[in-house]
Design a protein around this ligand. Sequence first.
Ligand code: ATP
Ligand code: MG
Length: 420
Amino acid sequence: MSTFKAPKGTYDLLPPDSARYLAVREAIAAPLRGSGYGYIETPGFESVELFARGVGESTDIVTKEMYAFETKGGDRLALRPEGTASVLRAALEANLHKAGNLPVKLWYSGSYYRYERPQKGRYRHFSQVGAEAIGAEDPALDAELIILADQAYRSLGLRNFRILLNSLGDKECRPVYRAALQDFLRGLDLDEDTLRRAEINPLRVLDDKRESVQKQLTGAPLLRDHLCDACKAYHEEVRELVTAAGVVFEDDPRLVRGLDYYTRTTFEFVHDGLGSQSAVGGGGRYDGLSEMIGGPALPSVGWALGVDRTVLALEAEGVELGLPAATSVFAVPLGDEARRVLFAKVTELRKNGVAADFAYGGKGLKAAMKAANRSGARYALILGERDIEEGVIQLKDLESGEQTAVGVNEVVAELESRLG
Ligand code: ATP
Ligand code: MG
């Protein structure tokens, strides 16, 4: 133990568990790579103002959860709390939307930071993989993203997740609904904070987690009943395309995102084995966001999936990922000459793409064989003085225990053929 511990609300990813995190990231990325999404990486921090505008001045993320700081040069920056605003900022800055090929489809993977109350599934440093399709209004694009997230979760073996789907309307029909909801909320018995929220951002009141509030919301007007014809038709097409792909979802008329630039399609992935941190991912359309950060009108849709919670969901379902062993061959030298010979063999195996490791630190046979077994390697190469004299290396199958002497110059080819 050192004097230091990981900061509150953070944890370290260590082997062997860390392999599962990498596998989850990779499984979410794979369907995106295969669907025309290009990889984007943006800085870990941005101007505070980008998030204030791009996430929303009145959101918890901006008012309570942001790691904001002033640099020595006097710039106001914040560690990124989410990915969408940065990705859109970068796409606009590079004029990707002017290259004449819309939508611009991008995916990302990285660390995000929110000053939250730490609990299981809720951390101050966490990891997301996300996708954004910028500059097109097409229900097939919304459907594509929902289908790809479903595919990602299924490829991992996850089963007990649900997809919740709703439409938030657009700038035609949402204001009418907003006014109707406000009328309704004004008649309820709500505390002062919540009443104030009802004036600034009434849709967010629907998202209130307190039971005392939820009880009163039973008869609240629903957006579903206020959608304009264009929004209805759009939503119906998204639903049909997702259904036709064999992806099951639930209509959730209460699923909301509070901000005005979120439009139409909105969805969330929830897992029932995670307790109160049940959202494993979420997303939707954000047709107004580009203009909010000073860009042109660019209707867009995206999602972000939480890697940490996806790993917890896999644990909750007892899914084993069946990851291949990191090492295939482990070399056990007995003596100085054997070290030189086997080290060269390990280097050659690695060059040929065979994952190989070596008993370092001058271990004796027993400790070295223990290390070989621990490495998960299928084969051990053992070399003693007598073997050197005879020009062979002992090749031991660590699964069957069977051992054969193979000529020093044949051993690499023999291993390659055995490992397929
Ligand atoms: P919640 O309602 O649980 O706070 P959110 O709406 O803030 O979630 P998003 O901003 O939509 O979450 O982020 C997408 C995903 O990122 C979430 O579904 C979740 O899996 C993950 N996520 C968000 N915040 C955290 C966190 N503090 N710790 C771990 N994962 C997180
Ligand atoms: Mg949150």
